[in-house]
Each structure stands twice: as C-alpha cells, then as structure tokens.
Design a protein. Structure first.
Length: 154
C-alpha cells in the first residue's frame, strides 16, 4: 500500500496530512519515526489501544521501544482501566514513561499521539491505518485536550 500525502488549506492555517495504509507502511512509518527522534522530546498519548498496538507490532515493539528510550523520548499516556497492568510494567521498565488511568476511557483498537507539532491517529483494524495531521494549531488544541483529560485521570 502507498503512503498518501496531501495538504488542506483552511481560512487561517495550512495543514499537511499523511496517511499510511497497510502493515508494511505502518511499520515503516513507526521505524522511521523512532530512528529520527530528537533527543528529549515528549509525546502525549490518548490510549485505550495499547493491546492492539503491541499485538500489531509484535517482535518489533521491543526494538522500537528501545530506540525511543535511547533518545530519551518521553511519553505521557492516558489509559483505559483494562490497560492498568501493562502500564505499570511499562512505567517500571522505562523511567521516561508516565501514565494515568481515565476510568471512562474505553478499550479500543485506536490511539492518538500528540507530538512534533502534529497529531497522529493509529487505527489497528483491517487494514491498519495511520493518519497524521501536521499542524501546529491542531497540535496545540489536542495538547489542551490531553492536558484536560490528564487532569481528570488518576
């Protein structure tokens, strides 16, 4: 499947939008992302789909995670109650990882990552898809939304 880039023009902002479709494209995107990480950056994740993420990446999950840790890539994760045990293990294994549980967050096959002046939506259905909105204003709005959810989570 092919990577599909395009741009959206709005009244006040220009946005680039990328789509990655299919297993090979999604894995290649994630590997490229972690290999190009700037040191010390933080991502903000609205979860519920950790099980789907880990299952999808399989053996590559540890490799991707270790590259991210080597870059000091921090993560703040809002999770569903069903993810609690995995999140405890992830935090114990990675000092750059923080989490909170939002009791009303459902377990799903999707996740949202807010990072690098963009918002990335992962959908681990058939076929798997990654949508990236590259927009500073979208990033800032989703960061505010994340922060509000973070404050509500325990």
């Amino acid at each position: 499947m092919a990577h599909i880039p395009f741009s959206l023009e709005t009244l006040s902002n220009s946005q680039d939008f990328d789509i990655y479709k299919g297993t090979e494209e999604v894995v290649a995107f994630e590997e490229s992302l972690v290999n190009a990480l700037p040191d010390g950056e933080t991502q903000y994740i609205i979860g519920g789909g950790a099980g789907a993420f880990i299952s999808f990446f399989g053996d590559k999950y540890e490799e991707i995670s270790s590259v991210a840790r080597a870059h000091g890539f921090k993560a703040k994760y809002i999770g569903a109650p069903s993810e609690r045990e995995w999140l405890k293990r992830a935090q114990a294994a990675n000092s750059y990882f923080e989490y909170r549980i939002l009791d009303v967050l459902p377990t799903t096959s999707v996740q949202t990552a807010i990072r690098f002046n963009s918002v990335t939506f992962y959908s681990f259905g058939n076929p798997p898809l990654v949508y990236i909105v590259k927009s500073k204003s979208a990033y800032e709005d989703y960061r505010k939304f994340f922060d509000a959810l973070w404050d509500l989570a325990k």
